[in-house]
Design a protein around this ligand. Structure first.
Ligand code: GAL
Length: 365
């Protein structure tokens, strides 16, 4: 009899133990895992209700000009995260992000595939801004809304004025828009950071600011405007300038380093400022400056754009003069928000602009 009671108790303990284990599985396993937007997993004890008949699933195709790009990596990760936060019991956004590999043919292929797959919306970061109209036409002909990001197809300026009559443009379409930042502002901020210094950037005291310009890529308006407006801000402040060399670094750290190294060898102490169209290239230039035994803030200045985390630290510790925050969070959220509006059939604007922020030593005070 005693034995029977004992085995009953044992069996009970085992059953309870198993139940406890099962209960443990309900807890999320890893809070650090990518912040998908999925709602908290349903409690296992109540059977999953059949998916609501009115739950909408939207398929979104995203083509990024190149995954191998510091800033666009931050941007696309935030884009995906933010879409995820919008998933709910009634709507799901399935996002398919493709690498354009900096190859226009590859990207065109991706857009064509998105169309064949019947995507509900396409987000496109064009490899070539000059080919954006071809991609827009593909989407428009297929009746699929398109949100262009980061690389502004030239046609209309930030004030909505037509700057290129021949460009068919985004303005002709009520289901196409561009979300970005006005690169003129970032260039202006770079120049203003230099002009605000006591010596206005004339580090060697020869009466003019001699600079090296490291350009992103030649057909990108971000590169063109930053190159032009950084210098314009200096001349507007009454500073005499001299361009020593301007070279294309394709937004890339290694190329930025190589260009800066060559320029430092060739021009030595003549160089007052190295302007880089982005932080990726400024990181390379910073390495070249260090190797050349020069010191930012003492005998040379270094400017970038994007405000990558590491560059913000460099501005704080003085190894970089300044950068400009390219707000990937604001831009990606604006792109997703307008995508959702388009999916809901709401009216949209053709252009959405997100401000840059000047990041110099004062920014951290
Ligand atoms: C710019 C950014 C660069 C690069 C480029 C790609 O806005 O500053 O770092 O990502 O976009 O188009």
């Amino acid at each position: 009899m005693k034995k029977r009671v004992l085995s009953l108790v044992l069996a009970l303990v085992m059953v309870l133990g198993l139940a406890a284990c099962g209960g443990g599985n309900d807890a999320p396993k890893d809070n650090n895992q990518s912040q998908t937007s999925q709602p908290a997993p349903a409690d296992n004890k109540t059977p999953d209700p059949a998916p609501a008949a009115d739950k909408k699933t939207y398929n979104i195709g995203v083509s990024i000009y190149q995954f191998n790009d510091n800033f666009m990596t931050l941007y696309r990760n935030e884009l995906e995260n933010y879409f995820g936060t919008l998933n709910s019991d009634t709507v799901e956004y399935k996002v398919n992000i493709q690498d354009g590999k900096n190859d226009m043919a590859e990207q065109t292929n991706q857009i064509q595939n998105f169309i064949t797959q019947g995507m509900d919306l396409i987000i496109c970061n064009p490899v070539q801004t000059s080919s954006a109209d071809t991609l827009i036409d593909l989407a428009v002909d297929a009746g699929i809304p398109m949100v262009l990001i980061n690389r502004e197809p030239l046609g209309v300026d930030a004030n909505g004025n037509t700057v290129d009559e021949s460009y068919p443009g985004i303005v002709d379409n009520d289901k196409v828009c561009y979300v970005g930042a006005d690169a003129r502002q970032s260039g202006t901020y770079q120049g203003e950071i230099v002009a605000a210094l006591d010596n206005k950037g004339d580090m060697n005291g020869d009466g003019k600011v001699s600079y090296v310009m490291i350009i992103g890529d030649p057909e990108n308006p971000d590169a063109q405007y930053r190159t032009e407006f950084s210098i314009k801000a200096l001349t507007d402040a009454g500073v005499e300038v001299e361009e020593l060399t301007a070279q294309i670094g394709n937004w890339d750290t290694n190329q930025g380093q190589q260009i800066a190294q060559n320029a430092l060898n060739q021009f030595g102490d003549q160089i007052d400022v190295i302007f880089c169209n982005n932080d990726g290239m400024a990181l390379g230039a910073a390495a070249a400056i260090e190797q050349a035994g020069r010191k930012v803030g003492e005998n040379i200045l270094l400017l970038g754009v994007d405000a990558l985390e590491e560059c913000q630290q460099m501005v704080q510790n003085g190894t970089m003069t300044g950068t400009v925050l390219n707000d990937h969070v604001g831009q990606s959220h604006a792109a997703v928000d307008v995508a959702v509006q388009l999916l809901n059939g709401e009216a949209i604007q053709n252009y959405y602009w997100v401000d840059y922020v000047k990041v110099d030593a004062n920014y951290f005070k």
